[in-house]
Ligand binder design. Structure first.
Ligand SMILES: Nc1ncnc2c1ncn2[C@@H]1O[C@H](COP(=O)(O)OP(=O)(O)OP(=O)(O)O)[C@@H](O)[C@H]1O
Length: 222
């Protein structure tokens, strides 16, 4: 699903954010990505989602070498990736249904199809019945679920989450992780960046650890 071969990312002023990183996330696998603040987690996710390009090395996504991909091809590949952020970036003056359906609206789907798929996505994240609510009236955990429903509306084979539980208390964080687990059981590959080692310890998944841009551990954390 994702293959990094000797990938480095150097930002301006010669700042090395990732240094010769290798890893392979298989189709249908779920893993954590951890490390201190500034260790390169977001950079790694931005390379996969084509928001940044590697300085050196190769990144293969679903069999395609995306290291030097052209701008025109990016929207097509992005459609295969669901992105979830710490701040869910919901439109507060739009209903839950409108928020979830936004990616399909942009792609020109019919209103009927948008509604049908949005309701199905809301059902998957446990928010059936909330479609006409406004995000402001939902709890933090529910708002994050709306963001997840929006991310999975295209049924992407890969889900990337950057600190998805950063604003949530431990109980809600665990519920969000359970949701990722169930999406993974549906067959989605999932990569979750978090610095919350307590949360990682609650679930036995492969954990990739970055330190100052280097991958220093790949496996279960003890
Ligand atoms: N566009 C940029 N230009 C220059 N330096 C950058 C840029 N983006 C990130 N960096 C630097 O690269 C390093 C890695 O940043 P990154 O955001 O990937 O880390 P992170 O592990 O996700 O951190 P956090 O947990 O705080 O989000 C940091 O020192 C950051 O300041």
């Amino acid at each position: 699903m994702i293959l990094f071969e000797d990938v480095s990312k150097v930002y301006p002023q010669d700042y090395i954010a990732l240094n010769q990183v290798d890893f392979h996330l298989k189709q249908g696998e779920m893993a954590f990505l951890t490390g201190h603040s500034g260790s390169g987690k977001s950079t790694l996710l931005r390379l996969i989602s084509l928001m940044e390009r590697p300085t050196t090395g190769r990144i293969i996504l679903d069999g395609n070498d995306i290291s030097h991909i052209k701008g025109n091809d990016i929207p097509y590949l992005r459609r295969h990736i669901g992105m979830i952020f710490q701040e869910h970036r919901l439109l507060m003056n739009r209903t839950v249904l409108d928020n979830v359906g936004l990616p399909l609206l942009i792609e020109g789907y019919s209103r009927y199809e948008i509604k049908r798929r949005s309701l199905a996505a809301l059902d998957k994240v446990g928010l059936s019945g909330k479609e006409e609510s406004f995000p402001i009236h939902l709890s933090g955990g529910e708002q994050q679920r709306v963001g997840i429903a929006r991310a999975i509306i295209n049924q992407p084979p890969l889900l990337l989450a950057d600190e998805p539980t950063g604003n949530l208390d431990p109980k809600l964080s665990l519920e969000i992780l359970d949701l990722f687990k169930s999406l993974n059981e549906y067959g989605m590959s999932v990569l979750i960046a978090t610095h919350d080692l307590g949360l990682i310890a609650k679930m036995r998944y492969r954990t990739l650890t970055l330190k100052e841009g280097e991958m220093i551990n790949d496996g279960l954390l003890r």
